[in-house]
Design a protein around this ligand. Structure first.
Ligand code: SF4
Ligand code: SF4
Length: 152
């Protein structure tokens, strides 16, 4: 009888200790800084080297696109996914884009467009949240993304 009671008490002690250890681990993990994000409400900040779709670079002072519509990127693109049009306003020393479309469905991210631009007007975006079932979502208006109304 006393052996059964001893075994019983030992089991209670072992169980309680195991419970305390488990609670300790849970508490420690609860107080730790999370390593996961609440996706899709939060997004990762991609590194400098991340190569997303191409994007226009605005002038730091004016906010206008640096693009002078030289067409080098359009010509360099092996997949024909860039379409650029532009105007030279009266008295201006350069051309401004009125249309800058990227068809991301055929872009291979080869980077030839970025390399061919001599005006610091194209860069890779850090955008990686691009999942969509609609093909149209990959027809990108880069002027629109820049938040610029094109000059007419
Ligand atoms: S990264 Fe390559 S395929 Fe994509 S738009 Fe630029 S040149 Fe074309
Ligand atoms: S190469 Fe640069 S400046 Fe020329 S059209 Fe393309 S983005 Fe504009």
């Amino acid at each position: 009888m006393s052996t059964a009671l001893g075994k019983y008490l030992k089991e209670i002690l072992t169980g309680s200790w195991s419970l305390l250890v488990g609670m300790g681990i849970t508490l420690r993990q609860t107080l730790r800084r999370p390593v996961t994000l609440n996706y899709p409400y939060e997004s990762l900040q991609m590194t400098e080297r991340f190569r997303g779709h191409v994007d226009l670079i605005p002038n730091e002072e004016t906010g206008e696109p640096n693009c002078v519509v030289c067409m080098a990127c359009q010509k360099a693109c092996p997949s024909n996914c860039i379409q650029v049009e532009g105007v030279k306003p009266e008295g201006a020393k350069r051309r401004f884009p009125t249309l800058f479309l990227l068809d991301f469905t055929t872009c291979s991210l080869c980077g030839l467009c970025v390399e061919s631009c001599k005006f610091n007007a194209l860069k890779y975006s850090r955008e990686y949240n691009l999942a969509s079932l609609r093909k149209e979502d990959y027809q990108m208006d880069l002027l629109d993304r820049l938040g610029k109304e094109p000059l007419r």
